[in-house]
Write a protein that binds this ligand. Structure first.
Ligand code: GTP
Ligand code: MG
Length: 443
């Protein structure tokens, strides 16, 4: 049954009011992707309330956004072309909602960054661009919008392109393309406009299909963070079911699983969908419950991997790129909670290497704290070891969030695992667990 169409996750970002929702709404309308009658319904509602029709309202109508004409939450839009399906997240541009932008971008494979041609490059045009890079999104198309407001002037367009290219070069990024568009007029979204004879490049629709889908996550090493362990005790049923969502890779019944950080091992016995045995293997994307041959105790937070594949890192210290969203700065003498995969650990900032203003790119090597909306390179020290990967090996298990007072205040990606004092103890435990032999002596 290989009828699953490829799907690309895309995020639309950029400064507030630069036209992200308008472009997306217009794109849906021009490609006939809206539910039957939606366009008419929104137009009629605008007329009733005596306000001008906006394509952006289409997105509000698809997802109930509280309306002050700005996007607050990231609306999710499903969209298809002949070649594949898209899940597009319309991120908010206002700085107050930076967290929603980051959430929307976290799992995206590509991005469209929108800049208002009349207003030019603004603070969040740069900040969003920087965060895309930090999150590992390398496929970015820049749409220079509202070309109608500058009379489709080529020089005006070139100025914006030059300014933003310089910024991107500064952070080592390179966009796939720049496209002059008008979301409101529909220029260059699905058809090349007569108004810009000087532009010969792709339309937005062409660009969408030019993005490359990321490599299937089943190609990556197997990673299943353990969510919980259920125990069935009724009627002499003594199965323990280990549940979790497979982030990447594949494991089959009979495979040996290694649980980290504990180092315990067991073989995958069954894949369960209680009460039936359902599958011979589990792979990326599956929320699965499995039973093991050998009865071992594994707590929530461990990551199941295959010992035959590349291993995650296990340590209490690492260097990371973080972005900070909390009102109070991220400081050294305070305890936070770090969540990575299903693990939850208290963490402290051991050192702040440098703080970067993601908009101006000003670097502060001497900062002791990370202020709101800044990004930084820091060393984190955890109260106990966890398993994780580096961004370039398995991005899914390299990302974490920092929680303070039950709220997500920041997030980041691990850059490098650092040595810690507990390393030798862990290695001995790992060795012991690896050599563990079932005993012939009954309990
Ligand atoms: P946030 O989600 O709040 O960050 O804003 P946004 O980027 O989604 O902007 P939105 O699509 O809501 O558009 C903001 C305003 O710009 C609206 O009044 C639009 O009508 C207007 N606008 C968007 N695209 C164009 C365009 O191509 N030309 C002109 N003239 N106006 C546009
Ligand atoms: Mg919007």
């Amino acid at each position: 049954m290989n009828t699953v169409r490829p799907r690309l996750r895309l995020v639309v970002v950029g400064h507030v009011d630069h036209g992200k929702s308008t472009i997306l709404g217009r794109l849906l309308a021009d490609t006939g992707s809206l539910p039957e009658g939606k366009l008419e319904q929104v137009r009629a509602s605008c007329q009733r309330h005596a306000r001008p029709f906006e394509y952006a309202f289409l997105l509000d109508a698809l997802k109930d956004e509280r309306s002050q004409g700005i996007t607050i939450d990231g609306a999710r839009v499903f969209f298809s072309t002949a070649s594949r399906d898209y899940l597009i997240v319309d991120a908010p541009g206002h700085i107050e909602f930076l967290k929603n932008m980051v959430t929307g971008a976290t799992r995206a494979e590509a991005a469209m960054l929108v800049i208002d041609a009349a207003e030019g490059v603004q603070e969040n045009s740069r900040r969003h661009g920087y965060l895309l890079g930090l999150l590992g999104i390398s496929q970015v198309a820049v749409l220079v919008n509202k070309m109608d407001l500058i009379d489709y002037d080529e020089d005006g367009y070139r100025r914006t392109v030059a300014e933003y290219s310089t910024f991107l070069k500064g952070i080592g990024a390179q966009p796939m393309a720049f496209v002059p568009v008008s979301g409101r007029e529909g220029d260059n979204l699905t058809v090349a406009p007569a108004a810009m004879p000087w532009y010969q490049g792709p339309t937005v629709l062409d660009l969408l299909d030019a993005f490359e889908g990321s490599r299937p996550r089943t190609d990556l090493p197997f990673r299943m963070p353990v969510q919980d362990v259920y125990k069935f005790t009724a009627d002499g049923d003594d199965r323990r079911i280990v549940v979790g969502t497979v982030e990447t890779g594949t494991a089959a019944v009979g495979d040996e699983l290694l649980f980290l950080p504990s180092g315990k091992r067991s073989h995958l016995k069954t894949v369960e969908a209680f009460p039936r045995v359902v599958a011979e293997s589990i792979s990326a994307g599956h929320a699965a419950g499995v039973t093991l041959e050998e009865q071992i105790y594994v707590p929530r937070g461990e990551i199941a991997v295959l010992p035959s594949e590349s291993r995650p890192e296990v340590t209490t210290r690492f260097r990371a790129n973080v972005f900070w969203l909390g009102r109070d700065p991220l400081v050294r003498d305070r305890e936070y909670v770090l969540k990575l995969g299903t693990s939850r650990t208290t963490a402290r900032v051991e050192a702040v290497q440098r703080v970067i203003d993601a908009s101006t790119l000003a670097v502060d090597d001497a900062a002791a704290a990370v202020a709101r909306h800044a990004v930084a390179e820091v060393t984190l020290k955890l109260s106990r070891a966890i398993a994780f990967d580096l961004q370039e090996t398995v991005p899914e298990t390299s990302r974490f969030v920092i929680v303070d007072g039950y709220e997500i205040r920041g997030g980041g990606v691990v850059l490098e695992a650092l040595h810690d004092e507990q390393a030798w103890v862990r290695e001995r435990v790992l060795l012991r667990n690896a050599k563990w032999e079932p005993s012939a002596i009954p309990p």
